[in-house]
Design a protein around this ligand. Structure first.
Ligand SMILES: N[C@@H](CCC(=O)N[C@@H](CS)C(=O)NCC(=O)O)C(=O)O
Length: 218
């Protein structure tokens, strides 16, 4: 039995972000896989009154909200650190986390990526109007992330941080859809970050396919 249990749907970018934190810290974890749409079931509402995923159990300590989970992991397992020491780099990390939760998630992932990747997988029709409507706001997100990363290898500078782990599941998925590939074309810095992130063992261990395999085997 692993020390850490993550409750969530395999394939969810927020579930993957929590798992990335555990993988990067070298922790053993288990996934309590939930079916899509089970977020609002009474059993899950007891874990997470807002009906979202993931939830993490660390022994008798239960936590939800991925930023809180990643920051907790970084405190209890300090190495390798996922928080820059430099105050400005840390502020940049926090800024990217805010952008991911407040703009990228609703304006890119929940609209374009969900329609292109998730809707077909769960048998829903693709809402092309929703995608078209989201494009201008998605452009703002991508342009701003490109400006902020500049020529640094990672979102907050020279080293991997919580910002990379929160954003990678969403931005790498967006890069796979036609609208994302086209939008990232002028941004070589984001494209090389996507490659750099996808090459990490933590990302390889938490792909959609790997997590579904794990869920089937459980
Ligand atoms: N701020 C939350 C966001 C989590 C979130 O939105 N997760 C999505 C799945 S990727 C979800 O639970 N969606 C269910 C819903 O919207 O009802 C966190 O950091 O944990």
């Amino acid at each position: 039995m692993s020390e850490f249990t993550i409750y969530g749907v395999p394939g969810s970018p927020y579930v993957r972000a929590a798992l990335l934190g555990l993988e990067e810290k070298g922790c053993a974890w288990q996934l309590h896989a939930m079916p899509f749409g089970a977020f609002k079931a009474p059993e899950h509402l007891q874990r997470h009154p807002f009906g979202r995923i993931p939830v993490m159990d660390h022994g008798d300590f239960r936590l939800y909200e991925v930023q809180a989970i990643l920051r907790y992991l970084d405190r209890i397992i300090p190495e390798p650190s996922l928080t820059p020491r430099d105050p400005r780099a840390e502020a940049r990390m926090n800024q990217i986390c805010g952008i991911t939760d407040w703009y990228f998630m609703p304006q890119v992932s929940a609209t374009i990526t969900f329609q292109r990747i998730v809707a077909p997988k769960i048998g829903r029709p693709v809402d092309e109007a929703r995608i078209a409507d989201a494009i201008p706001r998605a452009e703002v997100c991508v342009t701003e992330i490109s400006r902020l990363i500049g020529d640094q290898p990672f979102m907050a500078g020279e080293a991997l941080s919580i910002a990379d782990l929160l954003l990678a599941p969403q931005l790498t998925m967006f890069a796979e859809v036609p609208e994302g590939a086209a939008m990232l074309q002028p941004h070589a810095n984001i494209r090389s970050w996507v490659e750099r992130m996808n090459a990490r063992p933590s990302m390889k261990a938490t792909t959609w396919e790997k997590l579904h395999e794990l869920a089937r085997a459980a």
